[in-house]
Design a protein around this ligand. Structure first.
Ligand code: AQP
Length: 332
């Protein structure tokens, strides 16, 4: 391998307004890795088109997602921040890896099952092969670790299987990546249906807290969150709504479940929901202020996209040149 440093890769789709699920499960943790790893954080616009997008919105959200990366504390001097479609090697490697991925493996992916149920009128081949593009994203950089929410663990495991299969044919071609699932914020659930993941593409805006929601909206959404007929704030089986709110509160305050139970002992759900809304809104306020500044400077964001793509391309080309040779493609 050509690496002199361990590599960390992750990405977020510009497929909607980012949620506190994306924030707590992924982006907030990304900056933790930049001291120990060479980090690549990508806005994965090619993944976003597996479901229909309005072109102008996709373009706008691509800028917004990059601005949010930086607003959430990712320093472009310490992290390579870029847009997937600016590095064509992602799509090239995805094609090659498609030929080393089995139909049966892809059929078992739970996200494909969920998304094809949700978009029954558009079950396209891209939706089916999405995990191969994700494997290409990761393997292109000879990635060692992939910080993701637990919902993406199955896809990282598939990337490992594909890499192992490819290496068994072409030894030493690809690094086998490990997922890193943060313990806090593993899976933030919908406020309306707490057995379902909070997702940016949810049609019910009250089920989702967006990173850019203002304080009143955040508080209103938590106040309306579905709970149960009990009145006691405690983490227990069957109390999905309260468990989710406690997880969110714990993520923002660093408190354990026992500490939270103690803090709200004798208080009702109303007080607890207000407290969750307040800590969440207060944590998001500085991110929102920085985001507004960054988004106002479109030329600055474009300069970053260009610089990030150049940095990423350097690594991507090295892997592709090796892979092309190993496979038997003629190099000129
Ligand atoms: N609810 C969540 N809890 C914890 N982590 C989450 N992530 C997403 N939702 C939650 C993590 O965020 C990262 C980026 O996700 P993505 O944009 O690539 O796609 P996704 O997982 O499909 O996210 P969404 O919000 O559900 O998008 P849509 O609605 O477009 O499908 C990943 O690391 C993910 O684990």
């Amino acid at each position: 391998m050509f690496k002199d440093q361990k590599i960390c890769f992750s990405g977020v789709q510009p497929s909607g307004n980012l949620t506190i699920g994306n924030y707590l499960g992924a982006i907030r943790n990304f900056s933790l890795y930049s001291e120990q790893y060479k980090t690549f954080y990508c806005v994965v616009d090619e993944h976003a088109i597996t479901v229909r997008q309005v072109p102008a919105e996709l373009r706008r959200r691509t800028y917004e997602t990059l601005a949010l990366y930086m607003a959430c504390g990712l320093d472009p001097e310490k992290n390579t921040l870029y847009v997937q479609s600016h590095v064509p090697e992602h799509a090239e490697l995805a094609w090659i890896l498609n030929c080393y991925t089995m139909y049966g493996e892809l059929s078992r992916m739970t996200q494909f099952k969920d998304k094809s149920a949700k978009h029954a009128d558009n079950i396209n081949a891209g939706l089916f092969t999405y995990p191969v593009l994700m494997a290409a994203d990761i393997l292109l950089y000879q990635t060692d670790v992939v910080p993701v929410g637990i919902d993406q663990k199955q896809h990282v495991e598939l990337a490992r299987d594909i890499a192992n299969r490819f290496n068994s044919v072409f030894p030493d071609a690809l690094t086998i990546p490990e997922p890193i699932i943060s313990k806090s914020g593993m899976k933030i659930m919908s406020l309306a249906e707490p057995t379902k993941k909070m997702s940016k593409s949810d049609e019910n805006v009250n089920a989702v807290v967006y990173i850019l929601d203002d304080k009143d909206t955040v508080i209103r959404k938590f106040r309306r969150a579905v709970t149960d007929s009990d009145t006691c704030v405690r983490f227990a089986e069957g109390k999905d709504g309260i468990n989710n709110l406690m997880t969110i509160y714990s993520c923002f305050t660093g408190k354990t479940m026992e500490e939270i139970e103690h803090e709200f002992d004798g208080k009702g759900y109303g007080d607890f929901k207000l407290a969750v809304g307040e800590v969440c809104a207060d944590a998001l306020a500085p991110v929102q202020a920085r985001y507004t500044e960054l988004l106002a400077d479109k030329a600055g964001l474009e300069a970053q996209m260009k610089r990030g793509a150049e940095e990423a391309s350097y690594y991507a080309r090295r892997t592709m040149s090796k892979i092309r040779k190993k496979i038997g493609f003629v190099s000129l």
